[in-house]
Design a binder for this molecule. Structure first.
Ligand SMILES: [Mn+2]
Length: 389
């Protein structure tokens, strides 16, 4: 009987090639770890117990590879997948590293760059589909500005919509079983990035020609950078049927993009996130878009990857304990008590109900005087998380 904290394929834990492959370069310092080949990364992920590996096109195939080189690289990668049993549930396009994308890809002011971005994305979609990916992520890291003198923000929306509509039609035309997931971030590497939060993305998706093909990929760190409650973003996406994928990591509010190990900073927020995903039955990948501290060597990278999954599974167990805790459940029952007296007034509008409600009398002073016991509920949650319940 394996430990409940041992990752299993049904947990759907995935990592990007770029995550455990991160070499620890930052704006102030050179790499601290030797690069690992995609084949080495697949074997590392298999060793730590991951289910799948996701990739940008250029994580696997360099942007300047010849067709022959590409075929050899992809064949070796497929061989590693076959040897380890890892799958590729998600793929995406690198539209941010090469200097050609310094002013964005789909929102570039240069139409030749916009066309090149579409070409690069179609080729990357072909690669992802060939590897079995069913989710295709779009993170527009360079789709923004340093100065609003440079771009018209309405035109940026139009250009992004045109690109997404084009690519949806491409997927349909090819007959791929592939859905898109849009990932928001408020800033970094641009000073400001368009469609800055998951909420912006949800509003944008509704304007597309094929909104049913397009959902979101919320990332903990990105919403925390925007100062938002990540769970609320995820819940809104879920309720809208748009939670196609999720990027788990951690991040202190108000900081640069830290991409820490899942649960490393905001443990309570991580708990309520895991509890939500498990309670609603989210069936997609639990993808870790994060990397090891720059202090780490390859052993530390494995510690990082194992830690992401282990923390998720511990919090999953805590969520089950929370749901089964008699005192917590009694408090919830008290909080949600309903004497039925308001039932005639609530629900869908009709004239009679509105008239009755306008004529009704409420003892609002008594309602206001009721203590809600959220302090006790939260303390029980803390004690459960701290292991003393
Ligand atoms: Mn991400």
């Amino acid at each position: 009987m394996p430990s409940p904290y041992t990752p299993q394929p049904h947990h759907r834990f995935t990592f990007g090639l770029w995550t455990v492959g991160n070499i620890g370069r930052d704006p102030f310092g050179e790499p601290v770890r030797a690069p690992l080949s995609p084949v080495q990364i697949v074997h590392l992920l298999a060793e730590v117990g991951a289910y799948g590996v996701n990739l940008h096109d250029n994580d696997l195939v360099p942007i300047d590879a010849t067709p022959g080189q590409r075929d050899r690289i992809v064949a070796a990668f497929r061989q590693a997948l076959a040897e380890t049993g890892l799958v590729v549930p998600m793929a995406t396009t690198n539209l941010f590293s090469h200097p050609v994308f310094k002013d964005g890809a789909f929102t570039s002011n240069d139409p030749r760059v916009r066309a090149f971005a579409l070409q690069k994305t179609m080729r990357a979609i072909d690669l992802g589909a060939a590897l079995g990916a069913q989710i295709y992520v779009f993170w527009g890291g360079r789709e923004g500005v340093e100065t609003d003198a440079a771009k018209d923000p309405v035109l940026a929306i139009h250009r992004t919509r045109e690109a997404m509509n084009f690519l949806c039609e491409y997927v349909l035309d090819q007959g791929y079983d592939l859905r898109f997931a849009l990932e928001a971030k408020p800033n970094e590497p641009r000073a400001d990035i368009y469609n800055a939060t998951t909420g912006h993305m949800l509003a944008f998706i509704a304007t597309l020609d094929h909104p049913e093909m397009v959902g979101v990929n919320p990332e903990v760190a990105h919403e925390h950078m925007a100062g938002l409650n990540f769970l609320h973003n995820v819940a809104q996406a879920w309720e809208a049927g748009k939670l196609f994928h999720i990027d788990l990591n951690d991040q202190a509010f108000g900081r640069y993009d830290q991409d820490f190990r899942f649960g490393a900073v905001n443990l309570k927020a991580a708990f309520f996130l895991v509890k939500f995903l498990e309670d609603v039955g989210y069936a997609g990948s639990r993808h870790f878009d994060a990397h090891a501290y720059r202090s780490e060597d390859e052993a530390g990278v494995k510690d990082f990857a194992r830690g992401c999954m282990r923390t998720y599974l511990i919090l999953k167990e805590k969520a089950a304990a929370w749901n089964a805790d008699p005192e917590i459940q009694a408090l919830l029952a008290e909080i949600h008590q309903d004497d039925g007296s308001a039932a005639p007034f609530l629900g869908a509008y009709n004239r009679a109900r509105a008239d009755d409600l306008k004529a009704a009398t409420f003892d609002y002073q008594a309602l206001a005087a009721r203590g809600l016991r959220y302090e006790r509920l939260d303390q029980l949650t803390i004690e459960l998380l701290l292991g003393v319940r």
